[in-house]
Design a protein around this ligand. Structure first.
Ligand code: C2E
Ligand code: MG
Ligand code: MG
Ligand code: MG
Length: 286
């Protein structure tokens, strides 16, 4: 038998695991049907061109407001949706919504031909063989210019079926859809993706941006990632910029596009359109 103290510890640990498991299940259950109940929305975080300071696009970020649970972070519920398979319905809802908004905004003066709104796509979505066809059909139905939509793909899980993911992305790339690797440098096989996938953008993860001012290693990493990206014909988006010092450094090393609370929080659609109108001709909005 175990010594008593250790036995108690294991019991507590097991209890904590069970609580966590129960919480996961209840969130998973609450998430099912959230779109139909009108609990989901998209927030748009502006992306700023480093050279001219104008808004060049946005990242669409999913928001979930549950009547009892309140606001639930996508960092929590997206992995659960990936595990349960609900990510297919949710992901398709995200793409529909993004396209609906783009269609609304398409005639606005600030929506230049290169203006790009990127949605986040999970590896599991890409593992479907009809992902590209379905997406292209949705774009056509909404009457949206293909150049206005982009994808942000995270590395985790892509390797499971890289061959199919690559086929899907090749089709979309050929159709003029910009593909970015999100959170670059945090996964396991980033460099292999550069070799295999038709990428136009690398997004430097916030982990390398947050300590730029204090960490020579992070400055070196950001610099090297930027040079690497340029070397393989990609442009660079830096995410999570919160200070002018971070922005200045990233601009200096050649990063083309800036994103972070320093410029703007993710905004509800109406506020995002107002932000773009305000900054249409402006120099640095910050
Ligand atoms: P991500 O794609 O890397 O998105 C960036 C996250 O950083 C967002 O968190 C954004 O709100 C946050 N952020 C932006 N600027 C700053 C900053 O200056 N400082 C700090 N501290 N944070 C900043 P969010 O919205 O909570 O999303 C978390 C993750 O959830 C996303 O990371 C993405 O992986 C996932 N996600 C969000 N929406 C979707 C979606 O529609 N589909 C899928 N598959 N995943 C999504
Ligand atoms: Mg993203
Ligand atoms: Mg990211
Ligand atoms: Mg990130």
């Amino acid at each position: 038998a175990l010594p008593q103290k250790q036995g108690v510890r294991i019991q507590r640990y097991t209890q904590a695991l069970e609580d966590q498991q129960r919480q996961r299940l209840s969130v998973q259950r609450a998430l099912r049907g959230a779109a139909e109940r009108g609990e989901l929305s998209l927030a748009f975080q502006p992306k700023i061109g480093a050279h001219h300071g104008r808004v060049v696009g946005a990242e669409a970020l999913l928001r979930w407001h549950h009547p009892q649970l309140g606001r639930v972070s996508p960092g929590l519920f997206i992995p659960l949706a990936e595990a349960s398979g609900d990510i297919f319905a949710i992901g398709s809802w995200v793409i529909e919504q993004a396209l609906w908004h783009i269609a609304q905004w398409q005639d606005a003066l600030w929506m230049t031909p290169e203006f790009n709104i990127a949605v986040n796509v999970s590896a599991r979505q890409l593992n479907r063989r009809d992902f590209a066809d379905t997406l292209l059909g949705q774009i056509q139905r909404h009457g949206v210019e293909r150049a206005h939509l982009g994808l942000e793909v995270t590395e985790s899980g892509l390797m499971n079926d890289l061959h199919n993911a690559r086929q899907q992305l090749d089709r979309l790339h050929a159709a003029g859809i910009a593909i970015a690797v999100d959170d670059f440098g945090t996964g396991h096989s980033s460099l292999a993706y550069l070799k295999t996938l038709p990428l136009s953008t690398l997004k430097i993860d916030r982990a390398f941006v947050m300590d730029l001012e204090h960490s020579a290693v992070d400055r070196q990493l950001a610099h090297t990632i930027t040079q690497l990206a340029h070397g393989v014909g990609c442009n660079v988006v830096a995410e999570g910029i919160e200070t002018s010092a971070q922005a200045d450094y990233l601009h200096r090393i050649g990063c083309e596009i800036m994103q972070g609370y320093f410029y703007s929080y993710p905004l509800p659609a109406g506020d995002f359109a107002a932000f773009c109108t305000r900054h249409a001709g402006a120099a640095r909005p910050a």
